[in-house]
Design a protein around this ligand. Structure first.
Ligand code: CA
Length: 233
């Protein structure tokens, strides 16, 4: 089955570049150059993923995103935001916007395609909903809250994103490099030791007196979250 991707981008050259590369990967691509056009297309067609630019003429990408999230049929539609550096990125990162992922301009096409594939994989696995659950741990993206059993778990923003990455890849080993990429993006002031420090903090917050440790360190490979006895997620 071909995945239908809607690209909402007013810069014609960038829109064509995105179309060319997405089509080369076998996606069926529709272009929209403003928010209003995007909303009309979404109302009449089925899309598997939306690539949405933040800065658009008329209705902004941010507003389009908000409207999609308040509308039942499009609440969990996979959405990748294109942002410029700075304030926009901080706001997308703050998770208040409702985008499932974002790419900062200028981006490499290779990175964007990797994000698109990852987002479609997460969507296929049912990992884009508002609530992620692994055993007795529940992460509610809407409320931005984490509970273990009946206990509320308080996490800093980095530990929250780390847990989110773990829960999306439950049962699979994530290397420190993959975690750096998923949680810290290309921040220059972090290294693999940073990952260990934050995993330590996350563990501490998740483990109460009688809880088990849901994160296992795999020597030489990274970490695995909520591993099943047979190793299958
Ligand atoms: Ca733009």
């Amino acid at each position: 089955m071909t995945s239908n991707v809607l690209v909402v981008e007013d810069e014609a050259a960038l829109a064509s570049l995105l179309r060319y590369n997405l089509e080369a990967e076998g996606f069926s691509v529709t272009l929209a150059s403003c928010g209003e056009q995007a909303e009309q297309l979404i109302a009449k067609n089925h899309f598997d993923l939306i690539v949405l630019d933040w800065v658009l003429p008329g209705v902004s990408g941010l507003e389009v995103c908000r409207r999609l999230r308040h509308n039942a049929p499009t609440r969990t539609l996979p959405l990748l935001m294109l942002t410029a550096r700075g304030e926009e990125t901080d706001r997308v990162r703050g998770l208040g916007v409702g985008a499932d992922d974002y790419v900062v301009k200028p981006f490499s096409v290779v990175e964007l395609m990797a994000r698109v594939r990852s987002l479609l994989r997460r969507a296929a696995a049912g990992h884009l909903g508002d609530v992620l659950t692994s055993d007795n741990i529940v992460l509610d993206r809407d409320a931005h809250r984490v509970k273990r059993g009946s206990r509320e778990v308080r996490l800093g923003p980095t530990e929250y994103r780390l847990l989110e990455a773990f829960m999306e890849s439950s049962g699979r080993v994530l290397s420190r490099g993959q975690l750096l990429d998923r949680v810290w993006r290309q921040a220059s002031d972090v290294n693999e030791r940073t990952v260990d420090v934050h995993v330590g903090r996350l563990r501490k917050a998740l483990i109460d007196s009688c809880d088990t440790d849901p994160i296992r360190t795999v020597r030489g490979a990274g970490y695995v979250f909520c591993e099943r006895p047979d190793g299958v997620a």
